[in-house]
Design a protein around this ligand. Structure first.
Ligand SMILES: Cc1ncc(COP(=O)(O)O)c(C=O)c1O
Length: 414
């Protein structure tokens, strides 16, 4: 789609779709800047969840209407997720959250590994895309290799790809974007190398999914995992598992449960009302885009979100950099980034920055390492309370950034 066809985001309409934006703190309107920790929930998702529960729920495989409707709901939500990522509906599995699904997938793939095989994780990733693989590797006597981060550039050392990923590599786990510093990874390049040696590629799309057009096939991911609570929906995890991988999965499941994904991955009864909410969230996103098919509208919407958030993020980074004592942790300009900005304030611990932003301006921002703990160690913030992280969503405005920056000025040490 040409640049000029990207629809504009009508931020006042968007804001009306989020009831939580009415909240106040100490008489101030709340400014939500912790989207990377969890976005606010759109009315469409709330309505879909309450509607499902009001209409009467049911478990699957029954003849009665609420059971049949629940099956229809699951099918339509699978199709909507598939439309978002350019996958097939039967490749989409739901679960409690990304972490739980990744542990299950790691456990399911590990039996195909032999001692002496290798798995590759990165120093940039959230530990949810590291530790499940580490644990499975330990169980199988498999070697773990790390793709290093360059702590100055905040990018992965892709020049090492050929040496880190080689003939013994069975799996490469990489995040599409860093939930701490926003760096977007060149997943397609990493996947090309991984596939050249026959390794499986597991992509953590939790942080990227709310901000970027992500196509499973463009990334060349065999596994792509995300979480709807990061994109305006409820707490439901999603795994997209490529059909060609199914034969390799030795899923821990109940004997009578179906043998193949997605069903075999969906252990127990799913969060049906949550899955209704996922559909509601995707319907909201689709309304931001144009096109005939749901796939086209979702793609167009994600371009619109990206086009809206990008200049706001630039403003935020520039504003922060202009403040004395504020250090922004961001990759160089030419590296694509999500609108997630990590920073520190000299002389003020991150937690205290967050407390003061809250009290002075009703700004909700988070501090810590955000489970990107290896990255935090590599850049030297691990023992110092981590970073403050401000992350934008399409309901944030320039005024939100101005408020954050002017409150920060007031807490800088003299
Ligand atoms: C990049 C990234 N990966 C994984 C996770 C874990 O997701 P979940 O809470 O769905 O397990 C998070 C949560 O913040 C995240 O930001």
């Amino acid at each position: 789609m040409a640049e000029e066809q990207v629809p504009a985001i009508d931020v006042s309409w968007v804001r009306q779709q989020f009831p939580a934006l009415q909240r106040t703190y100490g008489g101030l309107p709340v400014i939500y800047l912790d989207g990377p920790g969890g976005s606010q929930v759109t009315q469409a998702a709330i309505d879909a969840m309450t509607q499902y529960m009001r209409a009467g729920g049911g478990n699957l495989h029954g003849v009665f209407p609420t059971s049949v409707e629940t099956e229809v709901l699951l099918a339509q939500t699978r199709a909507a997720v598939a439309a978002l990522f350019g996958a097939h509906p039967d490749e989409v599995a739901f679960g409690a959250n990304m972490t739980t699904l990744t542990f299950a997938l790691a456990r399911a793939l590990a039996p195909t590994w032999q001692p002496g095989d290798e798995v590759v994780v990165t120093e940039m990733d959230h530990r949810a895309n590291v530790d499940p693989w580490l644990r499975a590797a330990r169980d199988r006597g498999v070697v773990v290799r790390w793709l290093r981060v360059n702590p100055d550039r905040l990018t992965l050392e892709l020049d090492d790809l050929e040496t880190v990923i080689h003939q013994r590599t069975r799996l490469v786990a990489v995040g599409a974007a860093s939930n701490a510093v926003g760096t977007v990874q060149d997943v397609a390049r990493i996947a090309r190398r991984a596939h050249a040696v026959g390794a499986v590629v597991a992509v953590d799309a939790v942080h990227a999914a709310p901000h970027l057009v992500l196509q499973r096939d463009t990334l060349d991911a065999d596994i792509l995992v995300c979480s709807a609570y990061k994109f305006f929906g409820p707490h439901v995890g999603i795994a997209v598992v490529r059909r060609s991988l199914w034969k390799q999965l030795h899923v821990y499941k109940l004997e009578p449960a179906p043998e193949t994904p997605p069903d075999c991955l969906e252990t127990g009864t799913q969060n049906h009302e949550g899955i209704a909410g996922v559909y509601g969230a995707l319907s909201f996103i689709a309304r931001l885009g144009r096109g005939v098919t749901l796939h086209e509208r979702l793609q167009s919407a994600m371009r619109a979100i990206e086009a809206y958030e990008h200049p706001l993020a630039e403003k935020l980074r520039a504003g922060l950099r202009a403040l004395p004592g504020v250090k922004v942790y961001a990759a160089p300009d030419e590296v694509p980034k999500t609108p997630t900005v990590a920073f520190t304030v000299a002389g003020v611990p991150p937690r205290q920055v967050c407390e003061q932003l809250l009290e002075l301006a009703g700004v909700f921002v988070a501090d810590g390492d955000f489970y990107a703990s290896t990255l935090a160690q590599r850049v030297g913030v691990a023992g110092r309370g981590g970073w403050v992280r401000a992350g934008l969503a399409p309901y944030n405005t320039e005024e939100d950034i101005d408020t954050l920056l002017s409150a920060l000025v007031r807490i800088l040490p003299a």
